[in-house]
Design a protein around this ligand. Sequence first.
Ligand SMILES: Nc1ncnc2c1ncn2[C@@H]1O[C@H](COP(=O)(O)OP(=O)(O)OP(=O)(O)O)[C@@H](O)[C@H]1O
Length: 248
Amino acid sequence: MEAMEDVVEMTAVSKVYGKGGSAVAALREVSVGLPRGVFTAVMGPSGSGKSTFLQCAAGLDRPSSGRVTLAGTDLTRLGETKLTELRRTRLGFVFQSFNLVASLTVAQNITLPLRLAGVRPDRAWLAEIVARTGLGDRLGHRPAELSGGQRQRVAVARALVSRPEVVFADEPTGALDTVTARQVLTLLREAADALGQTVVMVTHDPVAAAFADRVLFLADGRVAGTLDSPGADSVAARMTRLGAWSVA
Ligand SMILES: Nc1ncnc2c1ncn2[C@@H]1O[C@H](COP(=O)(O)OP(=O)(O)OP(=O)(O)O)[C@@H](O)[C@H]1O
């Protein structure tokens, strides 16, 4: 992979939950850069710190120590209001549970981040993401009238609408069947390829990770390695070595 600017830089990021004897170190001095325009998957055994990593990288949680910068902005020094504004305007999020607003239509859900930020939708861009997500004939529907895969496509469209610096996805296919999961992963892949979007995705699934350009492995709160141009088999083999699955 050619050298690219890191849009997110984490420097010696540690996160400790709790205090005293019950304290848990979820991240231990993690230093890593996430390159612009690259689709990175984050994998590791259960409890290895994947969600904590994503939360800290995305400014949803604060590290106990260390530094996180987004395109040069130090997230660890921002107050809550600035951090909320930054997340709304410069980041996109896709969660396992879709997190759509039930009372709003698909179109309203997609443009919600813009309305919250008081920004007018760019019509051409909106048309492009609606076309890419295949939601053109569903814009007037409410989330309850959609399949799981369609709901997640709405969430991806909503994540892309503000042209964020990074889209963060936490187990985006965790609640989807294989075929639908593939559609959502293809969408994230295209976001990187066709739109130059930086994507960071936490997943348990080696097949999902194989859609990424690079896999970042975590083990026990530390970076345990990376794998470029991953295949599902090579990812699974690495996970087995990390002790994620017992071998019969
Ligand atoms: N709010 C919390 N309070 C206390 N401990 C926590 C909290 N959140 C996470 N942890 C602990 O931190 C460690 C890392 O958790 P994290 O959720 O980041 O791991 P993960 O790799 O995402 O796990 P999984 O794959 O099971 O979702 C675990 O030991 C977990 O129990």
